[in-house]
Design a protein around this ligand. Structure first.
Ligand code: ATP
Ligand code: MG
Length: 362
């Protein structure tokens, strides 16, 4: 129950909003107004309105139109982390309820209990409570189930009935990363929107906006590195930007890679060159030295080298085998296998690939 913004049984729309109880704002998201100066940038620059949400224009416009017409359906927003799902729904709630926000919305996220009891008690109590509105257009309430893929199956089955029973007065918004963890019956009760990873240009645009507001000095290489490392996750982009800013005044490509501990593109080129040209023992020595010197993790090297293998020319059967082997090494590394052995395995697969390439050429 802790952390949920629960409504009192009888909410009167025209009354002045009560001061929020201590600790009521879930996950540090200030429902109204921007967070203070000391807030991490991900919160400081959380979109306050739907217009601020970068990318996903079609989804946001559709939700905006439905909100304006007071025809909001039950929603299911899904997609990878840091793409604006929670921000979008909070912006909708802010637009719908303004100062009544805390009375009209019940927000439950992964930090709250997610079993069947919550559906039976907390959600039913909130949905069943009558909200009186004087004058103003009657609004439906909103139950926001963030990280809904963490809900137990029993809770999801119980929710099916609750959604139907209270449709007149309450809308449900489910948010999750993995839509296949939501039972089909719930999915069919909601309008689904997929939030894809943000594309590079949108991440870049949003970063430029933040760089300008904070007065940072970021060069072109630094910005490109931020966009590349974020992989379409805006939260990640902002976190890297802030940590790099704390580490160095000038945000350059090198500073960004150094701060995140990721191998630089030119390091990867060098490693790939060794793997494709040097004998086993020399490659082993060079790569081990570079790992030590730059504090690189083998798993990051494997990931980047794989991207490199996609790009260079080689017979397709050699490429298939190589990528398969790289996937195996990555899998083994996830079980904390010996780093040295796995580095040996990496060089061995490339040695085999080289032999296969020579055979194919002759
Ligand atoms: N589309 C976007 N436009 C602008 N900022 C964004 C966008 N998506 C994410 N952000 C930034 O990233 C932060 C996290 O976004 P949000 O909480 O909405 O992600 P999410 O999709 O709910 O991720 P998760 O699945 O991890 O909960 C926001 O505070 C905001 O600063
Ligand atoms: Mg979220």
């Amino acid at each position: 129950m802790a952390g949920a913004t629960a409504a009192t049984p009888m909410d009167i729309d025209a009354a002045a909003p009560p001061p929020p109880p201590a600790g009521a704002a879930p996950k540090g998201k200030a429902p109204l107004g921007a967070p203070g100066r000391a807030a991490p940038w991900v919160e400081k620059y959380r979109p306050q309105s739907l217009a601020d949400v970068a990318a996903h224009r079609d989804i946001v416009d559709t939700i905006d139109r439905l909100t304006n017409e007071n025809r909001l359906p039950h929603l299911l927003l899904y997609g990878p982390p840091g793409t604006g799902k929670t921000s979008t729904i909070l912006a909708v709630a802010r637009k719908l309820y303004g100062s009544q926000y805390s009375n009209m919305i019940l927000e439950l996220n992964a930090s709250d209990e997610r079993g069947i009891d919550v559906v039976r008690q907390q959600i039913q109590d909130f949905a069943g409570a009558r909200s009186l509105s004087f004058g103003a257009r009657p609004s439906v309430k909103l139950v926001l189930l963030d990280e809904a893929d963490a809900m137990t199956k029993d809770a999801q089955f119980a929710l099916r009935r609750v959604i139907e029973k209270y449709t007149r007065s309450t809308r449900f918004a489910l948010i999750c990363n993995h839509v296949n963890k939501i039972i089909p019956a719930l999915q069919s009760r909601c309008t689904r929107f997929r939030f894809a990873p943000l594309d590079g240009s949108h991440v870049r645009e949003r970063l430029q906006h933040i760089i300008k507001s904070e007065g940072l000095s970021v060069d072109e290489g630094g910005l490109t590195a931020l966009v590349r490392l974020s992989n379409g996750d805006m939260r990640k982009a902002l976190n890297i930007l802030q940590s790099t800013h704390m580490a160095s005044q000038q945000i350059t490509e090198e500073a960004v890679y150094l701060c995140t501990g990721n191998p630089m593109p030119k390091d990867i080129e060098e490693i790939a060159f060794w793997l494709l040209n040097e004998p086993f023992s020399t490659s082993f020595k060079y790569i081990s030295d570079m790992k030590m010197r730059k504090g690189l993790a083998l798993v990051d090297i494997i990931r980047e080298v794989t991207m490199f293998v996609f790009k260079i020319q080689m017979p397709s059967d050699v490429r298939v085998k190589l990528i398969n082997d790289l996937a195996d090494i990555e899998y083994r590394l996830s079980f904390a296998c010996n780093d040295k052995l796995q580095l040996g395995a990496l060089i061995s697969t490339f040695t085999n690939a080289r032999t296969a390439m020579v055979a194919a050429a002759s």
